[in-house]
Design a protein around this ligand. Structure first.
Ligand SMILES: [Zn+2]
Length: 221
């Protein structure tokens, strides 16, 4: 029976567009489990999949407007080290939208992040977590929600400032050039005094006048 289910899966995967890795299963954020950290580490549980970025409440504001179905791909592996610490490797991959700090226009940027999480029960334990690990506080019951871990990982990985790679126009310059526009068009308008000045120019000596002058000179000699 297990075999036939596998066959059905492979048939479904064949229809998945090549751009999406076939092994990534898109699931709803609501289906992401809450679990007991201690038991998950002991049994080295592994979670792999993808959720819609917009399904995670704390990440809604970072969803690209033109790609509302943007996926967050993730993998999570719980384990213990030799010191019996409660740990998990987490990695996330998605695309977020931020406003460019220079032109203030929205821009999409790829976000990839991975961390080693160290689960602790209180602040005192958190202070002893080594720098290479991220302390994560769990309650007395020792439960944690995978959705919250994904949210936290993305929020931590967001750059403090985003800026277009190309030399975009600073927002303050955009405003300044709009204000300058009426002056620029005024320069293109014909100047009424220019036409008037032309009429006042002294008439040039004509060729005929020159001839008259020459003949007079001949007469004088
Ligand atoms: Zn920009």
């Amino acid at each position: 029976m297990g075999k036939s289910a596998n066959n059905a899966d492979s048939v479904l995967k064949a229809g998945v567009p090549a751009t999406e890795p076939a092994e990534v299963l898109v699931q709803s954020a609501a289906s992401l489990p809450n679990l007991f950290v201690r038991a998950s580490c002991d049994s080295e549980r592994v979670f792999r999949g993808a959720v819609r970025l917009g399904d995670l409440p704390r990440l809604v504001q970072w969803v690209p407007m033109d790609e509302p179905d943007t996926l967050l791909a993730f993998s999570l592996r719980f384990f213990r080290d030799s010191g019996r610490d409660l740990l998990a490797e987490i990695s996330v991959q998605t695309t977020v939208q931020m406003d460019c700090a220079r032109c203030l226009k929205p821009m999409s940027l790829p976000l990839v992040s991975s961390s080693v999480l160290h689960f602790v029960y209180n602040d005192e334990q958190a202070q002893h977590v080594i720098e290479a690990r991220e302390p994560v506080l769990i309650d007395a019951e020792g439960r944690i929600g995978i959705a919250e871990l994904l949210e936290e990982e993305v929020l931590m990985a967001l750059p403090p400032v985003a800026m277009h790679e190309h030399q975009c126009r600073p927002a303050w310059q955009e405003t300044a050039s709009k204000e300058a526009l009426p002056i620029a068009s005024a320069e293109l308008r014909p100047n009424p005094f220019a036409a008037l000045a032309k009429q006042w120019q002294k008439p040039l000596l004509t060729a005929q006048d020159e001839a008259v002058r020459e003949s007079k000179q001949v007469d004088d000699e």
